[in-house]
Design a protein around this ligand. Structure first.
Ligand code: IPE
Ligand code: IPE
Ligand code: MG
Length: 244
């Protein structure tokens, strides 16, 4: 196996990760859940760096779901605090590495001080061409589709007979519309479900499930996942090419 710094080939154009298992990581060590989230933030840093080094065009991280707002308020506050820390600590790294920060989700619910940091870094990095790092925050796949449809309906009121919506138009109306198609979705922690992540966008994505808890998921395992991905054949409903 190559060194961790070397680029695995070929890498997915757009990788998306359901970063799960922080709470169990902490519980296994007799620590509060927040300690798991803090260690998970270290994995985020390592995975973002590796993806940038290896030439991934787009990386989307499921950091906080719309449904996660229903967790105990102390845990929600800890997660928002960690998000603020991440944005402040990674600002320079993001800017010097030409990473463009993007966010998807119902961001209006993010506390104002965190939202200010997020908006500032998105604006500062908007022209960067290296990799798009998308944070799914306050995000739900169903909510995202509902919001896009309602937006379309509201604009349709200006016309007597609104044109029927097309697949391309809805794709573009979603906040992921600026991203390339999702090639690979990874979920850590052994759960075999999608938990409301990128429901529309995953139509032809490949999936990889690993039992590793997110705080233990680092670039060496990501390399192995990418190697597995590179050997898959995607058919998009067509037939396999004839074997020779
Ligand atoms: C993922 O870890 C982080 C978020 C969902 C915010 P969890 O907090 O869900 O960890 P588990 O699933 O309880 O182990
Ligand atoms: C999905 O994990 C959300 C994030 C990773 C941010 P959850 O832990 O919230 O999902 P469920 O509850 O196991 O489906
Ligand atoms: Mg979980």
């Amino acid at each position: 196996m190559a060194e961790d710094g070397a680029r695995p080939a070929p890498v997915p154009g757009h990788a998306a990760i359901i970063m799960d298992g922080n709470g169990r990581w902490a519980r296994q060590r007799g620590l509060p859940r927040e300690a798991g989230h803090r260690e998970g933030a270290r994995s985020v840093r390592d995975i973002v760096r590796a993806c940038r080094e290896w030439g991934v065009r787009a990386l989307t991280l499921y950091a906080f779901s719309w449904q996660n707002w229903d967790r105990p308020s102390a845990e929600v506050e800890a997660l928002m605090g960690l998000l603020a820390e991440f944005l402040a600590d990674e600002r320079e790294e993001i800017l010097t590495n030409q990473i463009r920060l993007h966010a998807i989700g119902r961001l209006h619910r993010i506390p104002a001080p965190v939202r200010t940091l997020l908006d500032a870094l998105m604006a500062e990095s908007a022209g960067n061409q290296g990799m798009i790092l998308t944070l799914a925050l306050s995000y739900g796949g169903r909510e995202s589709i509902v919001d896009a449809v309602n937006h379309r309906l509201a604009s349709g009121f200006r016309h007597d007979t609104p044109a029927p919506v097309t697949e391309e138009e809805l794709t573009g109306l979603l906040p992921t519309g600026i991203l390339p198609p999702v090639d690979l979705v990874i979920r850590t922690s052994g759960e075999l479900r999608v938990s409301n992540f990128l429901l529309w966008e995953c139509a032809y994505a490949e999936f990889f499930f690993t039992p590793t808890l997110w705080p233990d998921f680092r670039r060496a395992e990501l390399r192995a996942v990418f190697e597995d991905f590179s050997g898959r054949q995607r058919r998009y409903g067509q037939v396999s090419p004839p074997s020779r």
